[in-house]
Design a protein around this ligand. Structure first.
Ligand code: PLP
Length: 404
């Protein structure tokens, strides 16, 4: 057979997408096997937990819970913090305190962890899914405003979905992977349509929007201290608010709504048993003492990933938006739009190298349980889902040295 030009293998184009090259770049930053996010227990956790065990103060009464709440208020700059058993319980409690009721609709991003939507459903309310913007990975305020303009009417001062007849009462935004949404823009939309803003800041402890900590914008907001978050209490969460009355209600509702009394059991609402135990809060106090160090190292790791992926065809490291100082809870990169079909191959290659990278959550409207809920066009959330890869992000993976 004659050798024709087409049978001669061409050298790989230097700027063509090569999954192997991407994985090599990642392995240059993290050469050893690494989980997505591991807790680091290297401060005073043992000491504080031992004190709980030695004194018998292990459960929901005890000094560490209050100390942990005071530390949270201090770190976030929000006046009141109410510690809970986990972030999902905090969301459930915050939505109840905000007055979300059965039959309401609540705007929730389609691209979020399932807890955001579940908490709405627990109250008999309905999640109404909104799209994200690629700039922040969170709610797109401008397109949400257009959507609400199109489908809602103001009736008796309430924002009503004319398609379902149900009131839309609140917006829950979520700071995805530690990067804040554009809170000023979202706050303006909430004000315009008379909606309560609640921040799911589960992933953004240590993240600032325009110099102020996330969780300080919403009427209420929540944090999570699950084992894979930036700061852990084993399991835990918190409700944050600047409003003393809401804080009081949040504490009451999450502690079985018991009326204070020396011995009598009287409960004036159907409350929840959501109070964080003292042992968990003890771990949390020790962890919070190290928050700055955790975030500093996570930012250094982000810088290393960014440098390693710089100039590699087909991928773009996701850097904090210009208005943010992010905790980089989970580092991530986006495949170029034409390369989405390579995502799973890339994930497989990463896992073969011991790098336990992950895709984003399946968008909520693609889950069978939420397939029939109201939604706007979710093209961006779907597109981000197809192109996003989260990278191992534990603080211990940071290269040594200092960054801003
Ligand atoms: C972690 C997380 C929560 C809460 O999770 P818990 O495991 O219940 O503490 C809620 N929303 C988001 C976006 C989260 O990432």
């Amino acid at each position: 057979m004659a050798i024709t030009k087409s049978t001669i293998p061409l050298p790989a184009e230097p700027d063509a997408f090569d999954p192997g090259r991407v994985v090599e770049a990642l392995a240059s930053v993290v050469p050893e096997p690494a989980a997505l996010h591991e807790p680091e227990i290297a401060g005073r956790e043992w000491e504080y937990v031992k004190e709980c065990l030695d004194t018998g103060w292990v459960s929901t009464a005890g000094a560490y819970v209050e100390r942990f709440e005071a530390m949270l208020a201090d770190v976030t700059g929000v006046a009141h913090a109410v510690a809970t058993v986990n972030g999902t319980a905090a969301l459930h409690g915050a939505l109840a305190v905000a007055g979300v009721a059965a039959g309401d609709e609540v705007i929730v991003p389609a691209l979020t962890f399932v807890a955001t939507a579940n908490a709405v459903a627990y109250l008999g309310a309905r999640p109404h899914f909104a799209d994200s913007e690629e700039r922040t990975l969170g709610l797109d305020a401008a397109r949400l405003a257009d959507h609400l303009e199109r489908i809602t009417d103001s009736r008796d001062g309430r924002c009503v979905n004319t398609r379902t007849g149900r009131p839309i009462t609140a917006v829950v935004c979520m700071h995805a992977f530690g990067h804040p949404v554009d809170l000023d823009a979202l706050e303006a939309v909430c004000r315009r349509f008379g909606l309560v803003l609640i921040e799911d800041a589960a992933e953004s402890l240590g993240t600032y929007y325009k110099g102020r900590h996330t969780g300080a914008w919403g009427q209420l907001s929540i944090l999570s201290f699950n084992g894979n978050k930036t700061v852990t209490t084993g399991g835990g969460g918190a409700i944050l608010t600047n409003d003393a009355d809401l804080a009081h209600t949040a504490r009451h509702l999450t502690t079985t709504a018991k009326v204070p009394h020396a011995w009598d059991f009287v409960h004036d609402r159907i409350g929840f048993n959501y109070r964080m135990p003292n042992v968990n809060a003890a771990i949390g106090c020790a962890q919070l003492e190290r928050l700055d160090d955790f975030v500093e190292r996570k930012r250094r790791l982000a810088q290393a990933y960014a440098a390693a992926l710089d100039g590699i065809a087909g991928v773009r490291f996701f850097a904090e938006p210009e208005f943010a100082r992010s905790n980089y809870w989970l580092n991530l990169f986006l495949l170029d739009p034409g390369m989405a079909h390579c995502r799973d191959d890339l994930l497989t290659l990463c896992h073969e190298r011991g790098l336990l990278a992950r895709p984003a959550w399946t968008p909520m409207h693609q889950l069978a349980v939420y397939a029939d809920e109201e939604r706007m066009d979710l093209g961006v959330a779907e597109d981000i889902y197809r192109r996003l890869i989260n990278l191992p992000s534990s603080p211990r993976l940071a290269p040594s040295g200092k960054v801003e």
